[in-house]
Design a protein around this ligand. Structure first.
Ligand code: IDP
Ligand code: MG
Length: 133
């Protein structure tokens, strides 16, 4: 069965006008865009997506950030979609993300790190259910 992952261009990427450039990278490697929607997350959706981080010092700021403006929600499909997407994204902190990765090329600070991607097939299934019918 073809693997699916959930990816999301965060508000800083959308505000900066980088939707096309970022989505091209997924298309370039052959991932298929199965679902795509521009929307502003509800606090409930943000909290559900980041439930594992509740209570951490950055949690409140993270929920504020991801609900601060429109995001692009994506379901990407293809062999190894979860790992390939994480590889294209780069390290969580743009300071550590290599040039050529999405966070390395479009991000500067951890507080606005451009993109989210599921970290496992199980997370992907859970996250797709949060964001798509
Ligand atoms: P990931 O997005 O690479 O999977 P996680 O550790 O799951 O990284 O963290 C989720 C998100 O929380 C990050 O993408 C980032 O937006 C935010 N975040 C994580 N750690 C910090 C931090 O120390 N300061 C500010 N934001 C953070
Ligand atoms: Mg994560």
């Amino acid at each position: 069965m073809t693997e699916k992952t959930y990816a999301m261009l965060k508000p800083d990427a959308v505000a900066a006008g980088h939707i096309g450039e970022i989505i091209s990278r997924f298309e370039n490697v052959g991932l298929v865009i199965e679902r795509m929607e521009l929307a502003t997350l509800t606090p409930q959706q943000a909290a559900a997506n980041y439930a594992e981080h509740e209570g951490k010092p950055f949690y409140e700021g993270l929920v504020q950030y991801v609900t601060s403006g429109p995001v692009v929600k994506l379901v990407l499909a293809g062999e190894g979609a979860v790992a390939i997407t994480r590889k294209l994204m780069g390290a969580t902190n743009p300071v550590d993300a290599l040039p050529g990765t999405i966070r390395g090329d479009f991000g500067l600070v951890m507080d606005a790190n451009v993109i989210h991607g599921s970290d496992s097939p199980e997370s992907a299934e859970r996250e797709i259910a949060i964001f798509f019918d």
